[in-house]
Design a protein. Structure first.
Length: 500
């Protein structure tokens, strides 16, 4: 029997009323297992209205109240890791251990939100003039919308809403319609933790719902993670409607391997970073730049490891990589591999014909490895978002860095070397927002911020960490003078206030 996924508005499940539904498939079987409600403009307005009403009291609630609820939510989230991971695997397809990993990374931001009291302390300067004090405080912005992608249906929302609500905002989450169930489970846990009705809402939907959120006059800020074209649209549209925006886009993350690198460690890292989560992550390594004569040996080591990766259903403990999210996406990823040879690449591994016995209708694709890829080929220029690794060659360190910096993307990058001086030079010269030194996926811990440069980020502030707190609050400066009770009235002064 097909499951139905509805909205969560005002602290309860609200059945979809638009009459529009989207299919949710099990990627391992290709079967439609769920139908998800697609919100109308009226339903978007209802969710925003619930959030706006809740903000009237939540925005002035005590920090003690907010953090006590978040601590209870954290305990419930921890106790329900497996249940959330099972929902992710069923709808996204990633293996259970990978799904558990994204819940764990989301928990890091909940931990940060539980300690929000120190982040919101503000500043005070006393006696800046005679009996004049100046205080800087931060206050919530209002209703915040979060628009999140399919690849991390639990983690990416948790990059946003814990800090947003800890800062006193209310939240409307529009998750991907491809894997919507994890968001509803999270909403139920927040309600169980005692979060007041309307502080956190889940609005299922597609582009129509997103466009309404971007123009809605009662939405004050928008957080987005997704592809670069949509990130650019989100930023332009929401900004034009007077909202603050953080819109994280796509990536083409490079790994520079110098001749002195430990090639076994580099090959292990390349396979893990390129093919983990079937390559469906914005921090995947999709381009390895081999410097000097190490290219052939490095490619051989990557191939040896890639051939041993076990692909199968995400709920099979033996599986190390699952299927892709949809059949259409699988076909698009395969098209890059099919066209690679015509554009000059050596196809070392072609995973496009891969199937799993008993699951022939699943969205399967094997691991592909393309060597000697040119920078003007489609496989290099586009974000493939699948298990396809491109290897490029460079004669020198300088040539490799120039190649990386010429990319329009600047999300993450990594260098593998034993030379500390080269690593330090790389981290200063490379044009990317997140850099790994012998670390292939440099996703920051929760108390540092996540975000890229160039076409990988639209807006000024990154997500979570200090940037996240700044994004979800507004600064206010208060200048105060209390005259001494014995001081006579000073009369009218038309000049500037005297600070000296």
């Amino acid at each position: 029997m097909t499951k139905t996924v509805h909205h969560w508005i005002g602290g309860k499940t609200v059945e979809g009323a638009s009459g529009d539904w989207g299919p949710v498939t099990d990627p391992a079987t290709g079967a439609v297992t769920t139908r998800v409600a697609l919100a109308s403009v009226e339903e978007v307005d209802r969710a925003v209205a619930a959030a706006r009403t809740a903000f009237q009291t939540w925005g002035t609630s005590s920090l003690a109240q907010r953090t006590s609820i978040l601590f209870r939510f954290r305990a419930l989230l921890d106790a329900n890791r497996d249940a959330i991971a099972e929902l992710i695997t069923a709808e996204h397809g990633k293996v259970h251990s990978d799904a558990l990993g994204e819940v764990a990374r989301g928990l890091e931001i909940v931990d940060l939100a539980c300690g929000i009291t120190t982040q919101l302390k503000g500043e005070l300067s006393t006696q800046v003039s005679n009996r004049v004090d100046v205080a800087a405080i931060r206050q919530p912005v209002g209703v915040v919308a979060g628009i999140t992608p399919f690849n991390f249906p639990a983690m990416v929302p948790m990059w946003m809403f814990p800090l947003a609500i800890a800062c006193g905002n209310t939240f409307v989450l529009k998750p991907s319609e491809k894997d919507p169930s994890a968001s509803l489970k999270i909403a139920e846990l927040l309600a169980e933790a005692g979060l007041p009705d309307g502080v956190f809402n889940v609005l299922q939907g597609d582009k129509a719902a997103v466009d309404r959120l971007l123009e809605h006059p009662d939405v004050s800020a928008v957080s987005f993670v997704g592809s670069t074209p949509i990130a650019r649209h989100i930023h332009a549209t929401a900004s034009a409607n007077g909202k603050r925006v953080q819109a994280l886009g796509g990536a083409k993350n490079h790994m520079l391997v110098l001749p002195d690198a430990d090639l076994d460690a580099a090959a292990d890292a390349a396979v893990s970073a390129a093919y983990g989560s079937a390559g469906e992550r914005c921090m995947a390594i999709s381009a390895v730049v081999a410097v000097g004569a190490v290219g052939d040996e490095l490619v051989d080591k990557i191939r040896e490891r890639a051939e041993k990766i076990k692909i199968g259903p995400g709920d099979d403990p033996v599986s190390e990589m699952g299927p892709l999210i949809t059949r259409a996406h699988r076909d698009k990823v395969a098209s890059y591999v099919h066209g690679a040879a015509d554009q000059g690449a050596d196809v070392v591994l072609d995973g496009t014909g891969y199937t799993v016995d008993g699951y022939e209708d699943g969205h399967w694709i094997g691991l592909s490895l393309l060597d000697k890829v040119s920078t003007d080929s489609d496989a290099y220029r586009d974000e493939i978002f699948g298990p396809v690794l491109c290897v490029l060659r460079a004669d020198t360190y300088e040539e490799g860095v120039a190649l990386i910096n010429a990319s329009p993307f600047g999300n993450g990058t990594a260098i593998f070397t034993r030379d500390g001086g080269a690593a330090r030079r790389f981290q200063m010269e490379v044009q990317a927002g997140m850099v790994g030194v012998n670390v292939p996926i440099p996703v920051p811990v929760g108390y540092h911020s996540f975000g890229g440069w160039k076409d990988s980020l639209f807006g000024d502030l990154h997500v979570y960490g200090n940037d996240g707190v700044q994004f979800y609050t507004r600064g206010k400066v208060v200048t105060t003078r209390w005259p001494d009770p014995s001081e006579p009235h000073g009369g009218v002064d038309l000049g500037f206030p005297r600070n000296h």
